[in-house]
Structure formats: C-alpha cells, structure tokens
Design a protein around this ligand. Structure first.
Ligand code: F58
Length: 845
C-alpha cells in the first residue's frame, strides 16, 4: 500500500504526466512516438499500419484516462446515485475517432501525424470495431453510454466481453455466409484488464436449509461448478466534458487454470478441460434478433454477467462503508430488456443468503434498485426459460423465483379476488404445458419502473402483453422514446454536414440538438440549399466508392439513394421493398420511355443464421440486383445493391448518403427503430408506416414532410378480425400478380427455378406481416416520392426541415428522461483537463 505521502491525486500527478497527456501538436507527436517505441517496441520505419493505429490509440487513451481518474476522484467525494446499465449487448463502434472528437483534438492530431506523412483518416480506418451486439438494442446501449458521459451522469455499463462478436457476413452466390468475428486478433488498446477485480459465479448443484446461530432458517447453495469473471474496462468519455465513465465487460475464466488432481495423475487433457469449458461462457454472442432460444449456455451467459456486476456493485458499496439496506439509494440498475432479468433473483440471493438481510428489506431494496426497459412485443422474442433448466443451472434462484411469485400472487389475489384466470396470466410461471419462467414478468415484478422505447410501443405494451400489470400498477409504466447520439451519427459520420451546420448556427447543436431548429429559417435559402445538396452529393460519392470497393457495383451518385439498412426480418418487410423494385423494373422494361427518376436501391443487414426466410430474402435481393444491374436497359435508371456486413463502421458511410429512408415495418411490430432517426437527422426523407418512433418523427418533422403509407395498428386488427386472405388481394391487383408471377417464373434463379417458392407460399397463404395488404399503398406512396424528387428545391427544403426538427431524437434527451422519470438522478460536474471546471458552453470551444 502507498504511504500517505505518496497517495497523490491526479492533480498532483499532472506535472509529471504533462507531456504524456498534453494536447498540443508537439505533445501529441512526442506521445505517439513514445507509445510506438515504449509500448510496441517499434521504430517508425518498421511500424505496420496496425502498429501506427495502436500507438495513436494508446496516445489518445492516455488522455482519456486522465479524465477517468478525475471522474473517480470527483465521485468519491459525492453521494450521487450511480446508474448501472446492464446489457447483454453493446455496439459502441470504433473508439479512436470518437475519443478524438470528444477530447477536441482532431485537428492537432491530424497535424501531428501529418508531420510523419501519415493520414489520420487512414489510421482511424484501421480500427476493428467491437461487434458485441445484434442490432438496435446493442447500439442503443452504446448511444446511452455516450449520452450518460456527455451529460455527466455517473454511470457504469456492465456486459459481456464476447471473444467473438456478431458474425461477419459475406455474400457468396447471393447467399449470406457467416464468418467468425475475430475482433481481438490484433489486440484491443481501449480496454484495460483489472485482474484484481474478479468474482466467482456458481452454477448447478443443490441447496440446503440450515439454521443460523439465532435459529433462523438460512439457505445455502452448494454449487457443482464455479467460474471466474474478470473485469475488462473501457473508458467512455463524454463530449467536451470532464466526465469519463466505464464500460465494464466480464470475461469468463476457470477458477483454477489447472485441475491439479487430474494433472498429478497425468491426465493433462482433463486438467485443462475445465478451463476451456469455463471460458466457453463468454466466447460468442448469440446471433439471434427477436428470437429467444432456450439454450443452456445463453442462460449461463446471462447469469454470469449479472452476478459479476451485482457482486461488483456490492463490493463498491461496502468499500464505502454504506449499509446494504441503502443499496438502492446508491445504485439505479437498468435492465436492458429481459436478458439481465435474472438479476432480480440474484440480488435477492446476495442480500438474503450472503449478507443476511431479511426477505422484506431485501425485496424493498431490490424493487427500488431495478427498472426494466422492454424492446419488443413479438411473442417469439419474449424470453422464457424452462423451469427444469433454471432448476438445473440455478437451483437457488428457482426457489427465490417461486417465493417472489407466491408473494406476488397474494398481492394479485387481494387486488382482484376470485379472478383465477388473471392469476395464471400474471404468474411468473407459465403452467400451460411444460413449465416456463416468464422473464418479462420477473423483470416487471422486481422493478419500480417499466418503460417501452417509443410512445406507441409503450402504449401497446400497456394494452397487450403487460395489460394486467398496468392495471395492477398503473404508475409503474412509462415511456422513454429512444434517441441516437449526434456525435457519432452526424459529427463523425457526416463531417461535411457537420461543418455546414456549424458554419450556419454555431456548434452548440452537438450538445443541444434542439438548436438544429435554427436551420428552419434556411430551408428556403437558395445558397444554403445548394450547399446542402453539395454535402449530400459528396456523401453519396463516398458511399458509391464503398459500394464499388465491397461489391463491384457502380452506381450513379446523382440518382435517388433509396436505402433500407437493418436486420433482415419478415416484420421489417425488406421484401415489400423488393416487390416495388420488381414492379418498377417490369414497367421500365415494358415501356422504356416512361419518366421514372433514376434510383439506386441499397440494402444492408444481417439475417440470423438459423432464420431461413430472412436468408431467402437476402438471396432474393441479390438475385434481383443481378438481373437489374446486368440489364443494359436499366443503365442510368435502376440499380440494386446489397452491401455485405452491416456494422457501425459501414453505417457511418450509409446514413449520411440517404435520400430516402425505408421504415416500412408492419404497424405494431417495430418497437421504436433508431435507424429511422439516424437517416432523418442526416437529411433523408422517410417513407414509412405508423409504427414505433416513426409516429413521433412524423409528428416532429411535420406530416407534409414524411411519406406515410400503410395500415394502422387499428386497421391491422380489424383486417385480422374480418379475416385476411392474401390471395384475394392478388386477384384484385394485376400489377402485384405480375410481380409475384415474375418471382415464381424462376427467371431470377436459373440454378433452381423453385428457389423462391417458400417465400411466395408464405405471402400467398399466410402473409403474417401483411406485405400484400400494404403493397398498393406502398407503390402509390413511392410514386409521390418520385414526383417530389423531380423538384429538387422542394425536396431539399423538406430534407432540411427533417434534420432541423430532429432535436427530440438525441439520446441526450432520452437519458434526461430516464434521469427524471426512472432513476431520479442529477448530473455531476467533473473538472476537465484545463484547470478549473469547464462549463458546457466553454466546453464547446
Ligand atoms: C430493437 N430490438 C427493436 N433486439 O427491434 C427496435 O425497434 C428498437 O429500436 C431497438 O431494439 C432499441 O430499442 C433489438 O435490437 C435484439 O437485438 C435482441 C438481442 C438479443 C436477443 C433478442 C433480440
């Protein structure tokens, strides 16, 4: 331990680390060389591109860490509540450019590197991103981490350090092929392993009731195995503020690397087997979106990271001499969907079994601690674990869940006497057939707040899957509409637009997105419109280059870029888009003289590896692309491109280039959507249904600036009640018939003419997402798009108004809503790198 006199604060250390954390061009250049030489053992002459990237990343990391230390010091002196954001997924995207932006040293760094003849953008491009998530939910967690730090809210993100993140997608003969994501192969300069911060996590075995010295009944869990969770920390710096939070991800390790008993008997393989098995837990991210699979390992993953995280919070809490009875006063734990919902039982286990609190006190603490965010209404995505499996993996937790349930059902009985069907609907245990634990019920009962992610979604949640709970506890339910960070999705992704906006209204908009309203007055300004179009064109040229590089496709940047990027799913209806493309293609073939503005249809997104229909949709898109792009009659008129391997990195090239944003899910299915926000913020117009956050986007940007089509939730309900027969729709629509016949004719797939039969059968016989029912409305709406596109000034005006009115959809606003309505937390200022506390206004300089 340090002697008292050596316990220096970061301020006292500052002079010594001056050069190492200085912000001048000279300091940055020197640090870069030092890191290259001292940390990587390289001289510039011998450095590989990865060495250069790593040396720069370490240089930036040094500066970020200085803020991390200051943040910890500021917090130690405070009683502030801390947010723990529990999420099985985080999709932060590359860190280097983001940290440079947040520190405000992009230009000095560019200059420092240029002195070595290095190009900053190329170095930034070297970074391999951590793909530790499937899609919207994981990316939302990353936007929230950015906003929490930028708003100076004390927070920790807790999750899993998967060795292999979301698979890399390649396209072979039009089909998706999955490759392992080896994101750690060249190291990860942003994380710091904390070997002294680890926790043991138990699995299996049985429980035993014993009496303690006061004669009270205690339950002991006698596990069968244990693994160790080790902390890996990544600093998350706020935008131009002092606060630097932590993303703490857990890696699974064996408790003992070697089973010495086996080793001594010469069984070397058995001796290491335990290590291999333990490490399996954090090996790979499950690549399903919107499908809960009852896999043993997945349950282990969930419990593993939840247990490590809660043990960590308890350790920190106790180290500050705080009583566990007041745990909830210090910690606000947010459950990002039900994946961490086992935390409710785990906190009860830790408080009651390990720390001796009585049940009622522990339950009060637990309920005040947790809040739960729901991200889906899709029945197949609502998690439930078989009672048998939980009993095997977590026998003590099953007992706790039963106890919670018994007490909860007493409460329901008291509120609704004699209503047995309500009891079975609300029970934590689904007893119809094989018994399952309903994780959304566990999360709801164990939380003081439950929120949906867009107004419409939160309303539907209360009316449908959580209806009984909303009746019992109306005040527990609220809405927090999602948001996205403008730092990554405008400042980093769209530098030309960022520059134009800042030149026009100053740079305050990056900290307060409502300031974009200042652009409204420029919507009709001819000069501004011209600059706006130049920016969009530059971004489209950039995307066109990427498409050429990755797919070989050559597209015309002057054409209308019509983009749909998101996970491939039937409810998101990429195939509705494809039907329109085919219809246009057939029209153009039949009559080449018709006036159809040139369009480039761009798709990107991954399909869950086991989701046959989604993979068939990818194949269909590529088959249509091949037919259209190889038809000389389509030159300069129609192009279709599927960009493989959608990621945060490629997204930064895609959103800025969008003219038209496709948000065409069946009403009632998309909880919120966040790509819709990223496109509109970058000046795309939306063609969309009244679903998720589209509803609020349309409200904000104005109905006249949004291409609306399709059945509403209410109309969907009515149609189903009347009885929906997709074949009747086809019988009444000759153009639709022609499109489906074209797919059925087999011309798109010479190798197997019946290839798309399953897709057609699904549409004609079942059509669960009403693709055919919405077809004509979609086609008509697309015609309105084409006619507006012909009037570039009118289009540009609407595009400017879209961006100008997107202030609501900053994730900063979402986080403020959580602070006020869910966590009851206030931000905490941290001294920034310059002496004295910087305010937000001077921070922007
Ligand atoms: C998404 N869910 C919603 N889940 O679909 C989208 O509407 C919403 O905008 C977004 O969350 C953020 O709230 C989503 O991305 C997953 O990827 C889960 C991953 C784990 C398995 C189950 C799906």
């Amino acid at each position: 331990m340090w002697k008292q006199s050596l316990r220096l604060t970061s301020c006292a250390l500052s002079p010594g680390v001056g050069v190492r954390t200085g912000m001048s061009v000279a300091d940055l250049r020197q640090s870069f060389l030092d890191n290259l030489f001292c940390s990587l053992g390289r001289v510039p002459m011998a450095a590989t591109p990865n060495d250069i990237y790593t040396a720069l990343a370490l240089t930036v990391r040094d500066r970020v860490h200085k803020q991390g230390v200051r943040t910890m010091e500021a917090r130690a002196a405070q009683e502030a509540r801390v947010v723990a954001y529990l999420s099985a997924e985080f999709l932060p995207g590359p860190h280097l450019a983001n940290n440079l932006l947040n520190l405000g040293i992009v230009e000095p760094t560019r200059e420092a590197l240029s002195e070595f003849g290095l190009d900053l953008d190329q170095v930034i491009d070297q970074e391999e991103e951590p793909g530790l998530g499937n899609g919207g939910l994981g990316r939302l967690a990353a936007c929230f981490m950015d906003s929490l730090a930028s708003l100076e809210v004390p927070a920790v993100g807790y999750g899993i350090r998967y060795e292999f993140g979301i698979f890399e997608q390649a396209i072979k003969s039009g089909w998706q092929v999955e490759l392992t994501d080896k994101w750690l192969r060249f190291g990860n300069p942003w994380e710091i392993v904390r070997p002294e911060i680890y926790y043991e996590v138990k699995f299996g075995g049985r429980t035993q009731a014993v009496k303690d010295e006061h004669g009270r009944l205690q339950v002991r869990w006698l596990p069968e195995t244990e693994v160790k969770g080790e902390a890996y920390d990544t600093p998350i710096l706020g935008y131009r503020v002092g606060t630097c939070n932590t993303l703490r991800l857990w890696k699974a390790e064996a408790v003992e690397s070697f089973d010495f008993a086996a080793f001594n008997h010469g069984d070397y393989y058995r001796a290491v087997a335990d290590k291999v098995e333990s490490e399996t837990i954090a090996k790979v991210l499950y690549p399903n979106d919107e499908l809960a699979q009852g896999k043993h390992l997945r349950l282990q993953q969930q419990y593993f990271f939840v247990s490590c995280s809660l043990q960590d919070m308890i350790r920190i809490h106790r180290a500050a001499n705080r009583p566990l009875e007041k745990f909830h006063e210090k910690w606000a734990v947010q459950l990002n969907d039900t994946h961490p919902a086992i935390a409710v039982a785990e906190l009860m286990h830790l408080l009651v079994d390990d720390h001796g609190l009585d049940w009622d006190t522990a339950w009060n603490v637990t309920r005040q601690t947790f809040a739960y965010t729901n991200h889906t209404l899709l029945p197949e995505a609502l998690e439930k674990w078989s009672v048998k499996l939980i009993g095997q993996v977590l026998p003590r937790h099953l007992e706790i869940i039963y106890e919670i349930n018994a007490r909860f059902l007493d409460e329901v009985r008291a509120a609704f006497p004699g209503d047995s069907s309500r009891l079975s609907r609300m029970s934590l245990i689904d007893e119809a057939g094989e018994r399952f634990v309903r994780m959304a019920h566990l999360a709801t009962v164990g939380s003081h707040r439950v929120n949906g992610v867009a107004r419409m979604h939160s309303d539907l949640l209360k009316q449908t899957v959580m209806g009984d709970f909303a009746e019992l506890w109306p005040d527990k339910f609220c809405n927090v509409t999602n948001g996205v960070t403008p730092r990554r999705f405008v400042a980093l992704g769209n530098r030309p637009l960022s520059r134009l906006i800042t030149e026009s209204i100053g740079e305050g908009w990056l900290s307060d997105l409502n300031e974009l309203r200042g652009l409204e007055g420029l919507a009709d300004d001819k000069t501004f419109q011209k600059q706006w179009r130049e920016v969009k064109l530059a971004n489209k040229v950039d995307l066109a280059e990427l498409l050429k590089l990755r797919t070989g496709a050559v597209v015309n940047p002057e054409s209308l870029f019509d983009i749909q990027v998101k996970r491939i799913h039937e409810y998101k209806r990429q195939h509705l888009n494809v039907l329109y493309i085919i219809a246009t293609y057939l029209r153009l073939r039949r009559d080449p003289r018709i006036d159809v503005p040139a369009r480039t249809f761009i798709f990107s997104g991954k399909a869950a590896p086991g989701y046959f229909m989604a993979k068939l949709i990818i194949k269909l898109i590529n088959a249509v692309a091949e037919t259209v792009n190889n038809d000389p009659a389509m030159d300069g008129r129609l192009r279709v491109v599927f960009l493989p391997d959608f990621s945060v990195k490629s997204a930064q090239h895609i959103y800025p280039a969008g003219d038209l944003s496709e948000q065409i899910s069946m009403a009632g299915k998309e909880a919120s959507g966040t790509g819709n926000m990223k496109f509109a913020l970058n000046g795309a117009l939306t063609i969309g249904t009244l679903d998720g956050a589209n509803v609020e986007i349309r409200e904000e940007v104005g109905a006249e600036n949004f291409f609306l089509f399709g059945l509403t939730v209410e109309q969907v309900r009515e149609l189903r009640l009347r009885g929906y027969r997709p074949q009747e729709v086809v019988e009444g629509n000759a153009s639709l018939r022609e499109v489906l016949d074209f797919i059925g004719s087999g011309v798109l797939a010479a190798e197997d003419r019946s290839l798309f039969r399953p897709l057609l059968d699904r549409l004609l016989n079942d059509d669960p997402f009403l693709v055919l029912a919405d077809y004509q409305a979609y086609v008509d709406c697309q015609e309105q798009v084409s006619s507006l596109w012909r009037d570039q000034r009118a289009w540009t005006r609407k595009a400017i108004l879209n961006a100008a009115r997107m202030g609501k959809f900053s994730s900063d606003r979402s986080i403020r809503d959580y602070c006020e309505h869910v966590w009851r937390i206030k931000p905490l200022k941290v001294q920034s790198r310059s002496t004295g506390t910087r305010t937000r206004s001077d921070a922007a300089s």
